[in-house]
Write a protein that binds this ligand. Sequence first.
Ligand SMILES: *Cc1c(COP(=O)(O)O)cnc(C)c1O
Length: 387
Amino acid sequence: MDGKNRPDLPIYLDYQATTPLDPRALEAMMPYFTAKCGNPHSVDHRYGWEAEAGVEKARKEIASLIGAKPDEIYFTSGATESNNIALKGISYTHYPAKNHIITCLTEHESVVQTARSLEKQGFDVTFLKVDKEGLIDLDELKEMITNKTIMVSIMGVNNEIGVIQDLAAIGDICAEKNIIFHSDCAQAAGKIPLNIQDMKITAMSLSCHKIYGPKGIGALYLKKNTDIIALFDGGGQERGLRSGTLSPALCAGMGMAYRTAQTEMQQDYDHALKLSQRIKEIIFEGLDNVCLNGHADIRFPGNLNFTFRDSRSDLLVREFTNIAISTGSACSSAKVGSSHVLSALGADKKSIQSSVRIGFGRMTSMDQAEYAARRLVEIVKMVRGAA
Ligand SMILES: *Cc1c(COP(=O)(O)O)cnc(C)c1O
């Protein structure tokens, strides 16, 4: 998937949609697909115990990355499910005494649509605006909090434009008003330092496949003694919050992915920063009328979202046969020109239709980054010339 080992495939530059699997995560998973085949919830024999041991080891590794305790980590199928459990499961316990939720226009669809669904059920939702760089206004957040507010849900790193919200400052505001702070950290975990205590976070959604682990697993961090109700009924696994048999293989893969991310975070970050600087250099030297979407500095460097004026991104992406980049988030790229994130930054339809996201990381080489940036310059010139 890194385009180096698979010369028949395009260079992979869509790391916000998903990342390649780190071989170390794959290796950690393998025994649980074969010899260690037990159900981790079987308590009567060694097969069950060894599968359970694998799950619990992973739980510790995940907790460690964010400064939580292992029994505050609940496995789920991914950040989408975690966002649903956190927003709905917590809000329901407060309704109708309290009915207000604050989130933001640029959240991932799995938060935006969950909030919309709660709206239909009688909750009041405030969608905070962002400035043209993609950041929320903390004073506005403060003003919106009422005595009906249950929680604030603001993401760490944005999946479309990479900007980083000030979680510690938001956590301070929430703690002061004694309301719950939930953060979707699918794109932040393992990429920037996160600590649930320093950031005063009550609930955090985690994914695994955005940080070099397998798809189909994630977790919810939930601070001890937080009121919540389960969305599924069943066998009561995950301390009653998330019934269903866990996959020890996926759990072990996630544990290893998180452990690796913790030890290599600085190295990964420095690598992404170096690639990002070089890509920007090539693009800004080669082209006029380009803008980088989102704050120039308060961002994760492995995500660059550009608007190339007068060059439609669907045409660009089509020309890009040997490089895999995207016109927006994986969940909304079926509708070109419909990015709710770029709209919230104030971009018009034409600009949105001329935007592409380039995502890279651990497996991307400098050669690949330079090659892609140079090709992008050529192709934008070509598409502009043809227009
Ligand atoms: C990918 C992503 C999700 C969804 O995560 P899954 O594990 O694929 O369900 C949620 N939020 C953000 C910010 C994401 O990037």
